[in-house]
Design a protein around this ligand. Structure first.
Ligand code: AMP
Ligand code: MG
Length: 326
């Protein structure tokens, strides 16, 4: 942890474990260091990063006009898989916020990373630790696959317990707006705040020419090399639909249906009723197909209650919103 903190303070790059996915961290106040994140990932420059802090008592350092809702959410859900978009102070460099006047802030629930941030005494800017466009890494090994030779260290904190990225809520508008579903369910936010809008980009891709609310929304994400088709609807019907598509394909399915596809490369993501398990496994499943020669992938998709909204969103983004409803 001391070595990781020292690298961060010196402007280097460290892979950090969090409960959601592994992050690629740098000193979020050092524009040069943050620029290296974009280089290592091949990430478009206008896609903003999240500042990781050890608690709500650091919010005033980097944000202004902080609404009461921020402290309500922090006291309920931090440390945890929730990122808040707030107005930034001028000490946060443009390269960290993708040129926006707002900044995303989160307190991750991982003891090693919290301790590293405290020892470094700097906010750690980190996107997910994958090469831009690829599925996010949920263990140190996956991060190594993408980042070997490009970064200074990876702190191995074991496999991620949540498996999908943080939920992002914009608190600079009224009512607050969900920009990305993630490890904290929308229902929990509504329970804490009342009304919460859901950005249209959660449900579908941007229409040609449509202006994104957050730059990250305009990029293809999480995708394996083979094209993905997401099949929504009742699992018995979606399994039957996928079976009719032929042989030799890649299939992401719920555990109960795995034996229906004997001639396919099958990646089960957990029981149909266990969305937390599906969240933990969805990126590993997407990533696994790149070691095979499948030419197309079909995926069963959970309904959108609870963590299902995040799992469905990651699958649909991996599919470029190519969705079949059965
Ligand atoms: P990643 O977790 O790798 O997707 O990277 C962080 C994500 O946080 C970006 O893709 C954005 O969608 C989001 N984000 C970070 N800062 C902001 C911001 N100021 N406004 C809107 N979205 C943001
Ligand atoms: Mg990412």
């Amino acid at each position: 942890m001391d070595a990781a903190a020292a690298i961060l303070r010196a402007g280097g790059l460290v892979g950090i474990p969090t409960e959601t996915v592994y992050g690629l961290g740098a000193n979020g106040l050092n524009g040069e260091a943050v620029r290296r994140i974009f280089e290592a990932k091949g990430r478009p420059q206008d896609n903003p990063l999240i500042l990781h802090v050890p608690g709500a008592d650091w919010l005033e350092r980097y944000c202004r006009n902080i609404p009461a809702a921020a402290y309500t959410l922090a006291s309920r859900f931090w440390p945890g898989p929730l990122t808040m978009i707030l107005q930034r102070r001028s000490n946060v460099p443009n390269v960290t916020t993708g040129g926006l006047e707002t900044v995303g802030v989160r307190c991750p629930n991982h003891p090693l990373t919290l301790e590293v941030i405290r020892r470094a005494d700097i906010p750690v800017a980190a996107p997910s630790g994958n090469t831009s466009g690829r599925p996010s890494p949920t263990c140190a090994q996956h991060m190594w696959e993408d980042m070997e030779g490009k970064i200074d260290a990876i702190l191995d904190g074991g496999p991620c317990g949540v498996g999908v990225e943080s939920t992002i809520i914009d608190l600079t508008c009224r009512p607050p707006r969900l920009l990305r579903p993630g490890g904290l369910p929308l229902e929990a936010l509504r329970d804490a705040l009342g009304e919460v809008d859901v950005d249209k980009a959660v449900e579908r891709g941007l229409a040609p020419g449509e202006k994104p609310k957050a730059p990250g929304m305009k990029y293809r994400h999480y995708a394996p090399r083979a094209p993905v088709t997401v099949v929504t609807g009742d699992p018995v019907r979606s399994a039957r639909y996928i079976r009719r598509q032929g042989r030799g394909m890649g299939v992401i399915c719920f555990d109960e249906y795995a034996e229906l596809f004997p001639d396919c490369v099958v990646e089960p993501i957990g029981p149909a009723g266990d969305k937390a398990e599906q969240a933990r496994r969805v990126f590993d499943a997407l990533r696994a197909f790149d070691a095979t020669d499948v030419r197309e992938i079909y995926a069963q998709c959970p309904d959108e209650g609870g963590l299902g909204l995040a799992v469905a969103n990651r699958l649909k983004k991996a599919a470029g919103f190519h969705v079949v409803e059965v």
